[in-house]
Design a protein around this ligand. Structure first.
Ligand code: C2O
Ligand code: CU
Length: 500
């Protein structure tokens, strides 16, 4: 097929095809092809986002090797600014964020601003939206931040996310604070880097052995524990065993403790930055009032325990009970947990007791998919202009995870046009759950009618389908992928490709 004359969606024109290798697809097609990251359309969408008099926030970041204390466990890893999680970035809705990243890692890197509807050329996907940020070089990201909420950032380069390279990005709303007194950001993670093997070694092993070949060291887990399974997740709960799970960079043995007084309403901003682990989160003896998922407001709903897949965020207000209580994060399908202690200043900090962990395991779990979007952010229920199926499958005997039978190809895509109402249908044929994430947009999960939550990452359980709708209002080339970093790297990524 002659690409030069092809207008068929998902194809790219010859000119950008020829230049792709050199410029990572940053050039514009003459016509009838992809809308590339460097195009006028992307610039125009950004101009619309730039508010008159917008505040600008500048941050410098260094990605480098670091020695980090996880709470009694010293590890050599890769981190932002030598700390874990990296220092939070906090801006206000409508601000322009400027981040100068210096790469002192031994490898190329990138930063993806997970969940933000930003300009496509700042989305941080090497080979699709920008070139690699080479070792020893600097790159400046600059973009308007249109929506308030709880976000985070991480590299989109190989399996670097499973090192210490992640940090919260909090976007405040001028209306924040009306229904809570204080807030607490908790970033969850599964950890192995610098303990027994690197994430790159894990991916190599998975590819070599297929599934089930991971020895692991099982620190802090039951002896003889096999691959994690979960009834709640409908099958396999993970592909990798981890010696530790962390909350705000600490193991359960030596947790972070924050002061909180009885009766205080604390807005928890929960972020799952893990590579392969979902978490159940709850506070023994208190209920959660869930208010947001993936940054966007949902109709408030009470819950005992909430589940967060990888890449998901959830905000919930908890009224601090008497004494000192832990916010517990139980690694789903694994006998491991992490915690942050809410410490009453009048009593000594008290880490979780076994009984509290057990109590939490027995409580009903709220899945974010059963939330409903708050009216002010709900998308109108419209017939889609275009529907794309994404059939999820894997891992076969070579550890390949596929979408529509194919592994990731940045030159292939699911075509959409600016202005369309788009529906994606995720259909999971595998035995493991997949947190499916779309870059640059916040879709609406379709649950009876169109009334599910606004999200950018949605759990698709084995044997199940999930439909999501979004307004194609942010031109460019956007990944849609599994946020299990090993699945993504083993192929489970595709491109939602704006064409003209
Ligand atoms: Cu946080 Cu492409 O992902
Ligand atoms: Cu997956």
């Amino acid at each position: 097929m002659d690409m030069a004359t092809s207008n068929s969606p998902g194809r790219i024109c010859r000119r950008s095809f020829l230049l792709l290798a050199a410029t990572a697809g940053l050039t514009a097609c003459a016509s009838g092809g992809r809308v590339p990251p460097g195009s006028e359309r992307v610039a125009e969408a950004e101009r619309v986002r730039r508010l008159a008099g917008a505040r600008s926030t500048s941050v410098t970041l260094v990605a480098a090797t670091a020695e980090v204390d996880l709470g009694g466990v010293q590890v050599h890893t890769w981190a932002y600014g030598g700390q874990l999680p990296g220092r939070e970035i906090r801006v206000r809705r409508g601000d322009v964020l400027k981040v100068e990243l210096t790469n002192q890692l031994p490898e190329p890197t990138s930063i993806h601003w997970h969940g933000i509807a930003l300009r496509n050329d700042m989305d941080g996907v090497p080979g699709l939206t920008q070139s690699d940020i080479g070792a020893g070089t600097t790159f400046t990201y600059e973009f308007a931040v249109p929506d308030a909420g709880t976000y985070f950032f991480h590299p989109h380069s190989g399996v670097q996310l499973d090192r210490g390279l992640y940090a919260p990005l909090i976007v405040e709303d001028p209306d924040d604070g009306a229904d809570y007194d204080t807030e607490l950001v908790i970033v969850l993670d599964d950890w192995l880097d610098g303990v027994d093997r690197t994430p790159d070694a894990v991916l190599d092993e998975l590819k070599k052995n297929g599934m089930g070949g991971m020895p692991g060291m099982d620190h802090g887990s039951m002896p003889g524990m096999s691959m994690p399974k979960s009834e709640l997740l409908g099958g396999d709960a993970g592909d990798v065993t981890y010696p530790h799970v962390l909350a705000n960079g600490r193991t359960f043995r030596d947790p972070q403790a924050v002061e909180a007084k009885e009766g205080q309403r604390v807005r928890l901003r929960l972020i799952n930055a893990a590579a392969d682990t979902a978490f159940r989160v709850g506070v023994p003896g208190a209920r959660l009032r869930v208010t947001h998922t993936d940054g966007f407001p949902s109709r408030p709903q009470e819950a005992d325990v909430v589940l967060l897949g990888m890449g998901e965020r959830l905000d919930a207000v908890v009224t601090v009970p008497a004494g000192s209580v832990p916010v517990l994060a139980l690694a789903e399908g694994r006998d491991q947990y992490a915690q942050v202690v809410l410490r009453n200043p009048d009593v000594p900090a008290k880490p979780a007791e076994d009984a509290q962990v057990k109590q939490l395991v027995g409580l009903p779990v709220l899945m974010a998919t059963s939330l409903r979007a708050a009216d002010r952010v709900a998308l109108p229920d419209k017939q889609p202009d275009v529907v794309h199926d994404l059939v999820l499958d894997g891992p076969g005997d070579k550890y390949t995870w596929t979408i529509n039978g194919k592994v990731y190809d940045p030159n292939d895509g699911l075509p959409v046009e600016q202005g369309q109402h788009v529906r994606l249908k995720f259909d999971n044929k595998s035995r493991m759950f997949h947190p499916m994430h779309l870059h640059g947009h916040t879709f609406q999960v379709r649950a009876d009618g169109n009334s599910g939550p606004r999200k950018d990452t949605v759990l698709v359980l084995p044997g199940r389908s999930v439909e999501v709708d979004f307004a194609a209002d942010n031109p460019g080339q956007w990944l849609a992928h599994c946020h299990n970093v090993y699945h993504g790297e083993a192929g489970m990524m595709s491109v939602v490709s704006y064409v003209e």
